[in-house]
Design a protein around this ligand. Structure first.
Ligand code: ATP
Ligand code: MG
Length: 301
C-alpha cells in the first residue's frame, strides 16, 4: 500500500486522476459491495490488533533503561501520522477507528485549529514542534503545518512569497525530524465534492451532528477548486523519501480505514521493532521473587 498510494512528487499531484470512490489494493474478492465492506471492517480490527502490538514494542523500546547508550535514529524513535483532508473528509473517523485500536497510553493526538495570538507571534512551525510526540509514542496530527500552505494560501492569510517559501521550510523541517528518529506518515484523505455535500447535509439534518457543523465549511466548499490546487501542490512539493505523502481515496469510509491501517502497519514493519532485552538477570530475579515470604507482621498484626 505504501507504494500503491504514494503520490508522484513534482510541481503538483494530479488529484483529479484519483477517483475518491476507488479502492486501490483491496483484494479482488468478487463479492458484492456489502461483503467487501464487512470484510474490510473485520480486517481493520485484525490490523488494529497488530498495530497495538507494534505500538507496545515502540513504547517498550523507549522505556528500556539504558544499557549501552542508544545512538542514531533508533534513540528517539517515534511515529507520526499526519492527517489532512477537506472538511468532513474523515479525519476524526480515521482517528477513532485506526488510532483507536492502539493503547491510549502510547498515543499522542493533537488537532490544529486557527492559530492563537500567541502562536501567530512565532513562525508557523513553532506550535508544531511543541506538539511532536516524544520517543516511543505514536502521534496523530488532525491537520498540521500543511494548513499553512493550504488555508493560508487559499484565504490569502499571508503573501504568496511567504507561503511559497514554506514548501522548502517544511521539507527541511521534516528531514530534520526523520534524522531525529521520527517516522512520518502523511495522509491526505481524498473525498469528492459530491460526498462532502452529502456529509455536510447530514450534519445539518441531524441535531446530534450540529456541533460538528461550521458555517465556514460552506465558504471553504465554495473554493473547492482552489483548495484542490493547494493540496495538489503541497503534496507534490513536499513528498520526499524522508517524509512521503500518501493519497487515500476516502469516499468509502471502510476503505479509508483499511488503507490507513495498512499504511501504518507497513510503516511499523519497516522499523524492525522488537521487545528490548532485560537489563537484569531474569533467572536470579525469578529465584528472588519465589523466595519472598508472606507480609512481615508488625506489632503482631
Ligand atoms: P471537520 O473536518 O470535521 O470539519 P475540522 O478539522 O475542520 O473538522 P474544526 O475545528 O472545525 O475542525 O476546524 C479547524 C479549522 O482550523 C479549519 O477550518 C482549518 O482550516 C483551521 N486551521 C488549522 N490550521 C490553520 C492555520 N495554520 N491557519 C489558519 N487556519 C487554520
Ligand atoms: Mg470543520
Amino acid at each position: 500500500m505504501r507504494e500503491l498510494l504514494r503520490v508522484a512528487s513534482g510541481d503538483a499531484v494530479d488529484l483529479a486522476a484519483v477517483d475518491p470512490r476507488s479502492t486501490p489494493g483491496l483484494p479482488d474478492r468478487q463479492v458484492t459491495g456489502e461483503d467487501r465492506k464487512a470484510w474490510a471492517r473485520t480486517q481493520v480490527e485484525l490490523l488494529g490488533a497488530g498495530l497495538g502490538r507494534h505500538q507496545e514494542m515502540l513504547f517498550a523500546s523507549a522505556k528500556a533503561p539504558a544499557g549501552p547508550a542508544p545512538s542514531g535514529p533508533a534513540a528517539g524513535r517515534r511515529v507520526l501520522l499526519v492527517l489532512q483532508a477537506m472538511d468532513s473528509g474523515g479525519k476524526d473517523g480515521t482517528i477513532k477507528r485506526v488510532a483507536g485500536a492502539m493503547n491510549p497510553l502510547g498515543l499522542h493526538i493533537r488537532s490544529f485549529g486557527p492559530p492563537t495570538k500567541r502562536e501567530l507571534a512565532h513562525d508557523f512551525l513553532w506550535r508544531i514542534r511543541r506538539a511532536l510526540p516524544a520517543a516511543g509514542y505514536v502521534g496523530v496530527f488532525n491537520r498540521s503545518h500543511y494548513e499553512d500552505v493550504l488555508v493560508a494560501r487559499v484565504e490569502s492569510l499571508v503573501p504568496e512569497a511567504t507561503w511559497r517559501a514554506r514548501y522548502d521550510q517544511i521539507n527541511a523541517f521534516e528531514r530534520e525530524l526523520a534524522d531525529d528518529g521520527l517516522t512520518l506518515v502523511k495522509v491526505m484523505l481524498h473525498i469528492s465534492h459530491e460526498e462532502q455535500g452529502k456529509r455536510l447535509l447530514a450534519r445539518l439534518d441531524d441535531p446530534r451532528k450540529h456541533w460538528k457543523y461550521n458555517p465556514g465549511d460552506v465558504d471553504a466548499r465554495a473554493r473547492w477548486n482552489d483548495y484542490q490546487a493547494a493540496y495538489a501542490e503541497a503534496l507534490g512539493r513536499c513528498d520526499t523519501d524522508a517524509a512521503p505523502w500518501f493519497l487515500v481515496p476516502a469516499d468509502r469510509k471502510w476503505y479509508r480505514d483499511w488503507a490507513v491501517a495498512h499504511l501504518l502497519r507497513e510503516t511499523f514493519d519497516t522499523l524492525g521493532l522488537g521487545y528490548p532485552a532485560a537489563t537484569f538477570d531474569v533467572r536470579r530475579e525469578r529465584e528472588r521473587l519465589l523466595g519472598t515470604r508472606g507480609p512481615v507482621k508488625v506489632n503482631g498484626r
